[in-house]
Design a binder for this molecule. Structure first.
Ligand code: NAD
Ligand code: USQ
Length: 395
């Protein structure tokens, strides 16, 4: 298949581009490399050093003889995105990763919220318009997020829920309760995509992905020049990756509040498989389908305890769990049960979180420990109002 990967220089996008190219798909990456600029602007760095996109692509060609094309395109620039989507032969699938993806980044201040909103919402709408105008057969595979649903007191279905009301029934979009301006943009994207599938008969798969953890994939591991980013900072670092890095450094694990916040998780090795499955099993014309892309659910405290056990038992590292004041407005104890049958029924065989994976992340972190700026670990973006009750320090 001819596949366009928007955001292919990022954590999920780079691993997916390599995975699809390895399976003989004809891959083109578009990315405006803005994530590298945001890192620079906020003094952040990936734990693992990453090469330029040109070096990465050359190395992939050198090792495999497979060509990945790269074009520097900003998806918020409509004429640029139209030019790409209109080129012949048309793309079979467009995988859209190209967004500002950090909840804390979107909550820093008014300017960061607006930047996130414009980047994500305009970018998504440009892609939909360009597909409508130039390539309505191309299957849009869009990265959404499990955080669109929030933490309702009922099971979370895959995108839609059957409702009975006043003696009538319908299958309606599942109610959304996002927890940050970033997550809100994803809700808006889902509405836009659903609308354009109904109205213009586009075809799309909305992948509501859980929190991604891990580093290794078969392709990324082939060479240090193919290295992927691995974020540990308080803005882009996600919880399990952060805990593994903190354990390697002997830093207390930063559980926000009680740690009963339960979320959905997926190993990056499964992310790339899910993208392959979605591309190779396209939605029908006019169909908007939603897959919940995660394999397991854990509370933050459960993860901290797992990382603590592995660091103490396998590495003899002293590992403390620190319950620090939660900077976010979110429930710390709640019901959480999400359905994820769609991808499994198309063949996904989940890679479950293992002690080996945690150990490999601790080892990776130890290798690059001297690159860590400890000041980037404690949370600095606060969106819980100051007068709200705070959690006691129960280390
Ligand atoms: P990332 O920041 O590592 O990569 C995003 C890439 O998109 C970057 O290379 C960036 O330069 C590019 N980009 C951003 N705005 C762009 C624009 N306007 N034009 C062109 N390129 C642009 O993020 P990631 O972790 O790889 O996440 C990728 C997608 O997956 C995001 O949409 C994110 O919301 C979603 N997702 C990620 C996770 C996770 O845990 N990492 C979980 C669920 C969903
Ligand atoms: N948390 C801690 N300690 C930390 C970091 C986070 O306790 O050091 C807690 C947070 O309070 C939150 C949970 O862990 O309850 C998850 O936080 P996170 O930063 O790992 O993930 P989140 O902000 O939800 O965002 C990440 C990605 C985003 C993606 C989302 C998937 O950055 O792109 O959309 O995961 S989901 O959470 O399913 O919406």
């Amino acid at each position: 298949m001819k596949i366009l990967i928007a955001g292919g220089d990022g954590y999920c996008g780079w691993a997916s581009a390599l995975h699809l190219s390895a399976r003989n798909h004809d891959v083109t990456i578009i990315d405006n490399l803005i994530r590298r600029e945001w890192d620079f602007e906020h003094n952040l760095n990936s734990l693992v050093p990453i090469c330029t996109i040109d070096e990465r692509i050359q190395e992939w060609f050198r090792l495999t003889g497979k060509k990945i094309h790269f074009v520097n395109v900003d998806v918020t620039n409509y004429s640029e995105i139209c030019k790409i989507i209109n080129c012949e032969p048309k793309f079979d699938a467009l995988v859209h990763f190209a967004q500002q993806r950090s909840a804390p980044f979107s909550m820093i201040d008014h300017e960061h919220a607006i930047r996130t909103h414009i980047n994500n919402t305009v970018g998504n709408m440009n892609i939909l318009w360009a597909l409508h105008e130039y390539s309505p057969n191309t299957h849009l595979v869009k990265l959404g997020t499990m955080g669109e649903y929030g933490t309702p007191n009922i099971d979370v279905e895959e995108g839609f829920i059957n409702i009975e009301y006043n003696g009538r029934s319908d299958r309606l979009p599942y109610p959304k309760q996002p927890g940050s301006f970033y997550h809100l943009t994803k809700v808006s994207d889902s509405d836009q995509i659903n609308f354009t599938c109904r109205t213009w008969k586009l075809r799309a798969t909305d992948l509501n992905q859980g929190i991604v953890y891990g580093y290794s994939t078969a392709e990324v591991d082939l060479s240090p020049i193919l290295a992927n980013r691995f974020d540990y900072d308080h803005i882009f670092g996600t919880v399990l990756n952060r805990f593994c890095i903190q354990a390697a450094l002997g830093h207390p694990l930063t559980v926000y509040g009680i740690g009963g916040q339960t979320r959905s998780f997926i190993d990056i090795r499964d992310t790339v498989k899910c993208i392959e499955i979605a591309c190779e099993n396209p939605a029908k014309l006019g169909e908007y389908r939603v897959f919940n892309q995660f394999t397991e659910m854990f509370s933050v405290l459960q993860l901290a305890q797992l990382v603590q056990q592995v660091s103490e038992n396998q590495f003899n590292l002293k590992c403390k769990i620190a319950h620090i004041k939660n900077p976010r407005t979110e429930k710390e104890v709640h019901y959480y049960n999400c359905i994820n049958t769609n991808l499994c029924s198309l063949g996904l065989q989940p890679t479950l979180l293992s002690n080996e994976t945690i150990a490999s992340l601790i080892q990776l972190s130890t290798k690059y420990a001297d690159r860590v700026n400890l000041k980037l670990i404690p949370p600095q973006v606060q969106w819980k109002p100051d007068d709200e009750e705070t959690t006691p320090n129960i280390t």
